[in-house]
Design a protein around this ligand. Structure first.
Ligand code: NAD
Length: 499
């Protein structure tokens, strides 16, 4: 690597910020606040490197990504430890997250060629003299802006797929998890030795600088409110965006469900990662015939679960989120709801206890807005039609879950959501072939799977004439006779019949 190819180094005078342990408030690490000029420099390096990365071919990129995959896989515990310190999530959960991210990286690296390489398509009857083909080309430089809740798995859904598709990437991790972002970029540098994947750190302003730095696409994961700002900024330069935003996912329990399994899934979906999961379970709709049984199971399991240091439920990573969780619980209780487990969130708390709310009005914040804490509302429904209608009744539409022995597919197909897990929870996120993303306030665009690879490309279509057409249509030499022939052919083909 020549010096001009190298990633710019931070000046000694660069301002810094600390990442803190959410469990104790202790400083975990200190990182630079990258300004507009630095971000522009990093993007310029990425732009230069993108030509080389693109020219490497699928095979060359695959080899490089396999090297990176091996470095991450061999040092999983180290990455999980950085993540645990910065987010407070239990070590085992952090390890699971790294494992899933590595699986996605492996899939993206080994399937990019098959999904994106040039392939022939039918030219159709009217253009039968043409050979038609399409390939999916890299865009150039992709800016990835990430959240803190799954600081490895979530951005990797964009990073791995964008890289495998032939783009270079500049990643701005959340200000709560800069160490995780740096670890990923350093491990890439160690494995590949080129500035194909770089990181910039800082607050929202650094993310804003990335959206304005002339990248070819922005992949944003975070809140709906910030997603709107990112999209507005990108509109200035017609930069395309993927928005992976918040959710208010529902779990539906039919009367033929395995109720114990459904209760277990509801609790894990609601409380794992302290409820800070975009596709976590925030609402449950249960058929009246199994409502009491479900609630008894759920309450018994939830009472065993404690949010505490070293426990299965960690602290709330972002202190300001505690006020939102408190507001949702207080509002639910003030409007006639009851907390069967947990209750009002004490002032000054770093941990929120698992909370099961019932009798909460459907239009309250706890049912309509993203709570992002270890809380869940449970509502009784008379039929699965009612459950579907209520599940579909928020502005969000990210994931969803159905528990039923015989009606799983039927119910899933009627849910307004990007993904549905049947008789399991969040299972879709761990399947690399499935697209991940939402609609409505949950955003648009897809990561993961073939759709996730294509998201970071643009299609290039080629029509090659194989022989002269029977009717010369795209020339000023076209005759009235040929026009009459065309009319006859189109009527013959499309003017009759059912098909
Ligand atoms: P956030 O919106 O506060 O921040 C996300 C990122 O955007 C951070 O890196 C932040 O620094 C950056 N940012 C802030 N202002 C910016 C600006 N003006 N321009 C550019 N970047 C800016 O979100 P968060 O609190 O970090 O993450 C939690 C949210 O993310 C939740 O709503 C959750 O549901 C959502 N999420 C969604 C998915 C998904 O795949 N749909 C996955 C994980 C998290």
């Amino acid at each position: 690597m020549t010096t001009t190819d190298a990633a710019p180094t931070d000046t000694a005078a660069a301002a810094t910020f600390d990442s803190l342990s959410p469990a104790t408030g202790e400083v975990v690490g200190t990182h630079p606040i990258h300004d507009d000029a630095h971000v522009a420099q990093v993007v310029a390096v990425a732009r230069k490197e993108s030509e080389r990365w693109r020219a490497l071919s699928f095979d060359g990129r695959k080899k490089a990504l396999v090297k990176w995959r091996k470095v991450i896989a061999s040092r999983m515990e180290e990455l999980a430890d950085v993540m645990s310190k910065e987010t407070g999530k239990p070590a085992g959960d952090a390890l699971l997250e790294v494992a899933l991210a590595v699986d996605h990286l492996a899939w993206a690296a080994s399937h990019a060629e098959k999904v994106l390489k040039r392939r022939s398509v039918s030219p159709g009857l009217l253009m039968v003299n043409q050979a038609a083909s399409v390939e999916y080309r890299p865009l150039g430089v992709v800016g990835v802006i990430g959240p803190w809740n799954y600081p490895v798995f979530t951005p990797m859904g964009s990073i791995a797929y964008a890289l495998a598709a032939g783009n270079t990437v500049v990643f701005k991790p959340s200000e709560y998890t800069p160490g995780v972002g740096e670890w990923l970029a350093n491990s890439f540098q160690e494995a590949v030795g080129r500035p194909v994947f770089q990181v910039v750190t800082g607050y929202g302003a650094t993310g804003a600088a990335l959206t304005a730095a002339g990248v070819d696409k922005v992949a944003f994961t975070g809140s709906t409110a910030t997603g709107k700002k990112v999209m507005a900024a990108c509109a200035e330069t017609l930069t395309p965006v993927v928005i992976e935003a918040g959710g208010k996912d529902a779990l539906l329990v039919a009367d033929d469900a395995d109720v114990a399994e459904a209760a277990d899934a509801a609790l894990w979906g609601a409380c794992s990662n302290a409820g800070q999961t975009c596709a976590g379970v925030e609402r449950v709709y249960v058929h009246e015939r199994v409502y009491d049984e479900f609630l008894t199971e759920l309450v018994a399991k939830a009472e065993q679960l404690k949010a505490e240091p070293g426990g299965q439920v960690g602290p709330i990573t972002m202190p300001s989120q505690i006020d939102i969780i408190r507001r949702h619980v207080d509002d639910a209780l003030a409007r006639g709801g009851r907390a069967l487990v947990g209750g009002p969130v004490p002032e000054g708390a770093r941990f929120v206890q698992p909370t099961v709310l019932v009798d909460v009005p459907e239009d309250s914040a706890a049912v309509q807005e993203e709570t992002f804490g270890p809380t869940v509302t449970v509502s009784k429904v008379r039929s699965m039609d009612e459950a579907i209608e209520r599940a579909n009744g928020t502005r969000y539409a990210l994931g969803s879950t159905v528990f039923s022995k015989s009606q799983g597919m039927e119910i899933a197909e009627r849910l307004r959501a990007g993904m549905t897990a049947i008789n399991g929870v969040i299972s879709f996120a761990g399947i690399p072939t499935l697209p991940f993303g939402g609609v409505g306030d949950s955003g648009f665009g897809r990561i993961h799977g073939p759709d996730g690879l294509r998201e970071f490309t643009y299609p290039h279509a080629i029509a090659r004439q194989r022989f002269k057409p029977a009717m010369a249509l795209t020339t000023f030499r076209r005759t009235a006779k040929e026009e009459a022939q065309l009319t006859k052919v189109v009527r013959g083909l499309y003017g009759r019949g059912q098909k």
